[in-house]
Design a protein around this ligand. Structure first.
Ligand SMILES: Cc1cc2nc3c(=O)[nH]c(=O)nc-3n(C[C@H](O)[C@H](O)[C@H](O)COP(=O)(O)OP(=O)(O)OC[C@H]3O[C@@H](n4cnc5c(N)ncnc54)[C@H](O)[C@@H]3O)c2cc1C
Length: 393
């Protein structure tokens, strides 16, 4: 017996109530982009280990790379839920590497928009927002990522401007980036001695080494080395020794959209395993007819839906400038656990098929850990929440 089915309305933003026409249009255009330009090429990009530059330009033409950023710099202002819908749409490719690689600039452009030099704001920033340049945020080092205040890469003032020495690790789009926003020590130990620098990708003394990883295969990740890299005075972004604050402000949006991505990826797994459960026969009937199997799906929805509503409310809070960093941290933890559990359960339902490279759930399962570590690890998020929400004295 074959049971025809449609995707779940609860997981389809076009069927969610109270979206504006503009939000529906943004979502539809993202889905068209995913279906026509991403899905047919994904397998190849995963093998090649990076996305083509043309994809960034295409996303730029559609307005996806500049969404939510000021018009003055070539962006398109939008509320945070609209940006979340783009994240949800891009996630339908079932490959987190697409979002990581295509949107790596999104975690480094805010400091440039808020505090970059006139030269960078008029030249590089619009190109980043139009997808004509690729950007990377470079904070993590071999000595540690969670403890940003322990950064060892150093920038020293010199006649020409600045001289940069040190290294960075696990940098998304690190092999392709045309502009790197690098956190470096300019002052005393701790968080108050860190500044941000805009480093051109062709700077003399910069070298790059690709890193091999478990998931996000179509997103290039690199170790970067700065060996006497000279930078002009106006490469400094913001005030000297105030870089930590700029980086921290950036983290809220990154974590909120990672949470949305995790939920969307959980949804992709759920849809894949549900389609399988409707068609796969076992003991004379489709899997879904076994109560123990169908209850797995209601349990998945039970875990996802509160997080989804929470994400929407936090997007509104962020629009109003009142989002709590601790709450965003907890949502990131809850959403990435949701992704982990649903990817796991989906593969269980898919059986042997779920262990094959052709299944989206298998790919997403390999991406769980980077979502629970990158952008602020689970343990660090709990600690932040304890501080921000009044748990700690
Ligand atoms: C694929 C990928 C892409 C990335 N892209 C970028 C990028 O573009 N730019 C960038 O700057 N970084 C990037 N990162 C780095 C990422 O942000 C870090 O991996 C992350 O912040 C954790 O740092 P770490 O790996 O050094 O782990 P550590 O900081 O060494 O932590 C290891 C473990 O110990 C726990 N831990 C640490 N301190 C404490 C504590 N005080 N209490 C309790 N537990 C603790 C952590 O939660 C974690 O579980 C990327 C990482 C990956 C894997």
């Amino acid at each position: 017996m074959f049971l025809p089915r449609q995707s779940l309305a609860l997981l389809d933003p076009l069927q969610w109530p109270d979206h504006t026409d503009e939000q529906r249009a943004i979502y539809k255009s993202t889905i068209r982009f995913v279906e026509h330009s991403i899905k047919p090429n994904l397998q190849r990009w995963e093998q090649e280990g990076m996305l083509p530059r043309s994809l960034h330009r295409e996303a730029g033409t559609l307005g996806l790379t500049g969404l939510g950023f000021p018009e003055a710099f070539g962006g398109t202002p939008a509320d945070n839920w609209s940006r979340a819908l783009v994240t949800w749409g891009l996630s339908q490719a079932g490959a987190g590497g697409v979002i990581a690689g295509l949107m790596s600039h999104s975690i480094m452009v805010w400091p440039l928009a808020v505090a970059g030099s006139k030269r960078i704001q008029s030249r590089e920033l619009p190109q980043l927002l139009r997808g004509e340049m690729i950007g990377s945020l470079c904070v993590t080092e071999a000595s540690g990522g969670s403890d940003v205040s322990a950064i060892q890469t150093q920038a020293v003032a010199c006649d020409q401007g600045w001289k940069l020495n040190g290294s960075k690790l696990y940098i998304t789009s690190g092999m392709r980036a045309d502009l790197l926003l690098v956190a470096a020590r300019t002052g005393a130990k701790g968080s108050q001695g860190i500044s941000l620098f805009a480093v051109p990708g062709d700077a003399k003394g910069l070298s790059r080494q690709p890193l091999d990883k478990t998931g996000w295969l179509c997103s290039d990740t690199a170790a970067l080395f700065f060996d006497d890299v000279y930078l002009p005075h106006d490469a400094l972004v913001g005030e000297i020794n105030r870089g930590f604050q700029l980086v921290m402000q950036n983290f809220n949006a990154e974590r909120l959209f990672m949470a949305v991505q995790a939920l969307a990826m959980a949804g992709v797994c759920l849809e894949e395993s549900l389609a399988w459960a409707w068609s796969r026969q076992s003991f004379g009937q489709p899997l879904i007819q076994h109560q123990v199997i169908r209850h797995k799906f209601s349990a998945m929805l039970q875990a996802m839906l509160p997080c989804l509503h929470w994400a929407r409310r936090l997007c509104q809070d962020m629009d109003g400038g009142r989002a709590n960093a601790g709450e965003i941290a907890l949502l990131k933890n809850a959403a990435t656990r949701c992704m982990r559990d649903i990817a796991d359960e989906s593969i269980q339902i898919l059986g042997g098929q779920g262990f094959m490279r052709s299944s989206a759930s298998e790919r997403i399962y390999r991406e769980v850990k980077v979502m629970m570590i990158g952008g602020g690890a689970d343990e660090i998020m709990h600690e932040l929440a304890c501080r921000q929400l009044g748990v700690m004295p």
